[in-house]
Design a protein around this ligand. Structure first.
Ligand SMILES: CSC[C@H]1O[C@H](OP(=O)(O)O)[C@H](O)[C@@H]1O
Length: 355
């Protein structure tokens, strides 16, 4: 399963706003079409929007040299730099978007420095976009393997939002770990948070797990604490949109609440994310830009208003979980065991030192 299809010249985006009821593909032959898919969340998920944006630059290059044969390479490069900037304004939180666009911008710089022709520029951009997509699948499978190392037998997991093939190029991050555990026969149950207001869990994660016969049960976000208290959750595993230098992690709204509940109940809280989600330029979580989406996503469902007229809504799409609430971050290069503040404080107390 994948939400992106690339045929070398155009990008097909599976419209995730229509899933699971309808499966419709949007044909993108311009950067504007890709930008619209990202803003409207037809394509969503940190790694997926990075790959989509990279393909957006590649299709724009092809369109420009096809429609404007007389463009000089310098003119083409200038237009494509504008394209990179435009795609960078689609959504602010997922750092994978900027990581992917930076790779495209560097390719443009290299082409300028080496005097590439228009055809060479377009080919170079296409190759980078294809490499980003190809690498993402291998990265996710590695995350799945490393995530497996945290478990030693059948488990019941709770997950939030969608972190699978529809949030990446394929396989997924947190869902990649769940897929790897399923392949091992170690999934007893996946509690799927519906993830209001966009319902990525109810509409997308449940869809992916159902397609693969992975045992799962949909719950409302407000039920997570109850099932933890009932002893039904062995661990929580989620994705990430941006991990600051100190380990503070931005992810779908509702993630922070899960982490606090996990600490209260002594349940491991794992984040699964590729290294492209780390933003070492952002020192700590307070500096991560949080996207506020239209309040209508909270006040309505499928265009049908659910709240009274006159009631205002707030719609932060992400929240930040402090590093000390994260048990481990699973990456394609291994598992980072986030420092345990209490264990460190005990150590310093025993040493008679200060923190
Ligand atoms: C594999 S990371 C997916 C990540 O992106 C989601 O956000 P959105 O659906 O708004 O793009 C959510 O935060 C997931 O954890």
């Amino acid at each position: 399963m994948t939400g992106l299809q690339w045929n070398g010249d155009e990008l097909l985006v599976l419209d995730q706003t229509l899933l699971p009821g309808k499966s419709e593909w949007v044909r993108c032959t311009t950067a504007d079409a890709v930008a619209d898919c990202i803003v409207s969340m037809k394509v969503r998920g940190a790694p997926a929007i990075g790959a989509a944006a990279a393909f957006g630059v590649a299709v724009e290059a092809r369109r420009l040299i096809t429609e404007h044969a007389d463009l000089k390479p310098s003119e083409l490069t200038a237009k494509l730099k504008d394209t990179v900037e435009r795609l960078g304004k689609t959504r602010p939180t997922a750092v994978n978007l900027f990581w992917a666009l930076d790779r495209m911008a560097k390719s443009l710089q290299e082409c300028t420095a080496t005097g590439c022709t228009n055809a060479q520029i377009a080919a170079a951009l296409r190759e980078i976009a294809e490499a980003i997509a190809r690498d993402d699948v291998a990265v996710n499978r590695a995350i799945g393997r490393y995530g497996m190392s945290l478990f030693h037998g059948p488990v019941s997991l709770l997950t939030h939002c969608n972190t699978g093939s529809l949030a990446t190029v394929e396989y997924g991050t947190a869902l990649g770990v769940i897929r790897a555990l399923h392949e091992q026969g170690w999934v007893k149950q996946v509690w799927v948070d519906e993830t209001r207001p966009f319902l990525q869990g109810a509409r997308l994660t449940a869809y992916e797990l159902g397609e693969e016969g992975i045992t799962h049960t949909l719950i409302t976000d407000s039920m997570a604490g109850h099932f933890m208290k009932m002893g039904e959750v062995d661990a929580v595993i989620v994705g990430a949109d941006r991990i600051a230098a100190n380990g503070d992690t931005a992810n779908k709204i509702g993630t922070y609440s899960l982490a606090v509940l996990c600490q209260h109940h002594g349940i491991p809280f794992y984040v699964a994310a590729p290294l492209s989600t780390f933003d070492l330029q952002t020192r700590f979580g307070g500096d991560i830009p949080i996207e506020y989406r239209n309040e209508r996503e909270v006040l309505e469902w499928m265009g049908q208003r659910t709240a009274p007229e006159g009631t205002a809504g707030m719609n932060p799409a992400f929240d930040v979980t402090p590093a000390e609430l994260i048990s481990a971050i699973i990456t394609e290069q291994g598992v980072i065991h986030v420092p345990d503040r209490e264990r460190i404080e005990r150590f310093w107390a025993e040493q008679g030192g200060t923190k």
